[in-house]
Design a binder for this molecule. Structure first.
Ligand SMILES: [Zn+2]
Ligand SMILES: [Zn+2]
Length: 331
């Protein structure tokens, strides 16, 4: 499925099978999960995507071919291996960020399904350095949402350090996964949904949240940290008011509406606002090791590839209470 123009629906097209270059794997795509970022790209909220573009950065597939000119690290994957391909698709390896293991901030980073073609397709090529082996405990469909919602959510979670009382604003796919990890780690979850979203609050409580309410409400006690997954800037000052002295507010999304101004006193006393960008390989590896221990459960709804537009529209309209996963060559 091709994005030919920002703002237009994806078009089903026949395109030539991609050829793997040096260091790349040719992967037969099994499934690809849909992410909110895909919507941001279609809507033009992320500037200058490659066009035409194959979206999709939560890809599960099998290695179909490894070129003979593969080069270094040839041993990490073999033909037939199951492989997970995430959002971070390429970095230069030698900028100051890459050299300090912060490749998520690389100046020249390229992203799967944004600057390079992704997984809404039968085949894709991927730089083997950024591909992951996936835990055997999960099927292809179930594991796909771990590749973005899970990994980026995990990076947000890590930024909250040893916070015990953890607020989560926007109780969608990422929150659903991260709350399971936090509860596994014996932390207390305070879930904030859209005001009046009783169903969302109920499902957060079912998952084990000690409190659930609207984002316009204050929690019964001050929080040690909060993660904001909803792309709503006004939640930043709201979350700052909900955290205790020294508390951290982590903005976990790639796009957010403007943050309204707020009095300095809300930030005072060493409260911190930070954002999370992309992922490092270390985040991915740690997270995939942790997932089967929890064990993390994903909630998915499958769509055939040709119905990618339907999946995106349902996601946009808030009609999905689970992660949409496009099924391509699932066997
Ligand atoms: Zn994503
Ligand atoms: Zn770099």
């Amino acid at each position: 499925m091709l994005l030919e123009k920002v703002g237009a629906p994806l078009a089903l097209r026949d395109v030539p099978k991609p050829k793997p270059g040096r260091g790349q794997l040719l992967v037969r795509v099994s499934v690809c999960a849909v992410c909110r970022t895909d919507l941001h790209i279609v809507d033009g909220e992320l500037p200058n995507p490659k066009l035409p573009l194959i979206l999709g950065h939560q890809i599960v597939g099998r290695v179909e071919e490894i070129p003979s000119s593969f080069g270094i690290r040839a041993s990490s994957f073999a033909v037939g291996d199951r492989v997970g391909i995430p959002w971070l698709g390429w970095t230069d390896g030698d900028c100051p960020y890459c050299r300090s293991d912060r490749e998520n901030l690389c100046d020249r980073a390229k992203f799967t399904g944004y600057n390079i073609d992704g997984g809404y397709a039968e085949f894709t090529v991927a730089d083997a350095r950024y591909c992951f082996h996936l835990p055997d405990d999960y099927g292809d469909v179930e594991v796909a949402p771990l590749l973005c919602a899970g990994m980026l959510g995990y990076r947000s979670y890590r930024k909250t350090g040893d916070a015990h009382r953890l607020g989560i604003y926007g109780f969608g796919n990422a929150a659903h996964l991260i709350a399971q990890i936090a509860i596994y780690k014996k932390k207390e979850i305070f879930a904030f949904t859209r005001p009046g979203d009783k169903t969302g609050q109920e499902s957060a409580r079912k998952l084990g949240a000690v409190w659930a309410g609207g984002s316009d409400e204050m929690p019964p006690e001050k929080l040690d940290a909060a993660i904001i997954f909803a792309p709503v800037g006004a939640l930043v000052p709201a979350a700052l008011r909900a955290v205790a002295k020294g508390g951290v507010v982590v903005c976990g999304g790639i796009h957010m509406s403007d943050i309204p101004s707020f009095p300095y006193v809300d930030l005072w006393n060493e409260r911190v606002i930070t954002s999370v960008a992309n992922l490092t390989r270390r985040d991915g590896e740690e997270f995939l090791k942790l997932a089967p221990c929890v064990p993390l459960k994903t909630k998915v709804e499958t769509f055939p590839l040709a119905e990618a537009n339907t999946a995106l529209e349902k996601f946009r309209d808030g009609q999905l209470d689970r992660t949409a996963v496009l099924v391509i060559s699932f066997s």
